[in-house]
Design a protein around this ligand. Sequence first.
Ligand code: NAI
Ligand code: MG
Ligand code: MG
Ligand code: MG
Ligand code: ZN
Length: 442
Amino acid sequence: LSKSNTRHEMVEGFLDHASRGDLVRVSDMICYSSKLLNESGKQGWTALMLAARNGHFDLVKALLSKGCNKDLKNKSGQTAHDIAKFWGHKHIADLLVGDGKIRDILPSTGVTEHENYFSREYLSRMSDKRTDSGWLSAKQSSPETVFLLFHNLDPLVTSGPEHMNNSQAKLKLCRLKRDSVGVLLKKSDIVVVFLGVEKQEYGLIAWFALNVEENPSEILKIEDSHSFFLQGPMPTLLMLNEDEGGIIAQARSVLAWHSRYSFCPTCGGKTKVAEGGYKRTCLTEGCKSLLGIHSTCYPRVDPVVIMLVIHPDGNQCLLGRKKTFPPGMFSCLAGFIEPGETIENAVRREVMEESGVTVGPVRYVSCQPWPMPSSLMIGCISVAVSTDIKVDKDEIEEARWFTRQQVIDAIVKSSKAVLTMPPRQAIAHYLVKHWTCLNSNL
Ligand SMILES: NC(=O)C1=CN([C@@H]2O[C@H](COP(=O)(O)OP(=O)(O)OC[C@H]3O[C@@H](n4cnc5c(N)ncnc54)[C@H](O)[C@@H]3O)[C@@H](O)[C@H]2O)C=CC1
Ligand SMILES: [Mg+2]
Ligand SMILES: [Mg+2]
Ligand SMILES: [Mg+2]
Ligand SMILES: [Zn+2]
């Protein structure tokens, strides 16, 4: 009798740990007695059912991997899968249906992730290596390592015929090797930023970027006679391929930060570059920036909202033009997010300021890094609740409602078009296209 009592207590204890999601205790007890896996307690509930009931994802995974029987039913006839589904633990229910794959647990918003220009992650950033100075310097002296050179933030590119064959892009970044940039690496005033390693390559080929103020053509050994510094940044940076656009978005923003934040923003003192170019630490003893975490020590990103405002009739959209735009071009309204402001409120404020239109609902669609110098364009679609336009002449020269047909004509560059749109690489272009597709599906 006492033996069965002890066994009973052990099962109760085991189920209790499972119910609380105590992975360590449950695993220990299974090692001691693997029979526990399929034991049941009150109302026929097993450890798997209890873990599924309470949403303990890791525990469900562990119990399955130990080989527990997921088809057992409790006294109400429910399996662990039924229980997970009933209690809304969709990720666990998916795990229990059999193929072990985890399905998308996000409810669908009808918006799928879109890859904009400047968004592709060609390199894996490997941020854990930024503090490993031994690894970084070994990579800098490796003959395989790739160096990108910028002069006043303009990248060195090539239009050489040898690069034209397998790429649609007219220009390509010059991938320099250690021997070409050796002189620069030795200079103490040049910041070298670690960008990451190639995702595709075996053997971890590292990439670095450096920016020089004076034209380095004379002191460098660059064999490619077709190479030159691509002056811009706009629209020239849009001429690279998608992989290189993504690399530029990262490299140019970090280099621009270094060139504009040479001194400590807190005390004006000298700073030291750290963490592979991802930090500038103040050298002044006692500076406030050395106490706690301070954003001033890290590369900055400025969030900008850019929005397509839809007319209440659903068939027109609001576009504006800045004085600096090429003649005839209209784009989405945009503006910097201010401190203490949500994305939605920034959309409403900027649209009101620039066009006098009142905006109601706002939905996020897609975003785009914009390395001039370091914005993140947060693309939204929104619905107007008023339609009278009153432009702020300081910021916008003109704002107008355009019909769906008019923007489609502009996108396809029809001869009937009454406006031109930003190029396909700009998120404004994508937002408009996204809206026209939305409507055509109705
Ligand atoms: N991809 C596209 O189609 C478009 C992109 N943009 C980009 O969006 C960004 C913001 O749009 P804007 O209409 O210029 O913003 P905006 O409407 O907020 O007005 C710009 C003014 O805001 C002030 N400002 C506030 N915070 C600032 C910050 N962190 N940096 C610089 N200025 C700041 C400055 O006085 C500046 O002149 C710009 O960089 C622009 O290049 C703008 C329109 C279309
Ligand atoms: Mg604006
Ligand atoms: Mg504005
Ligand atoms: Mg503004
Ligand atoms: Zn300081």
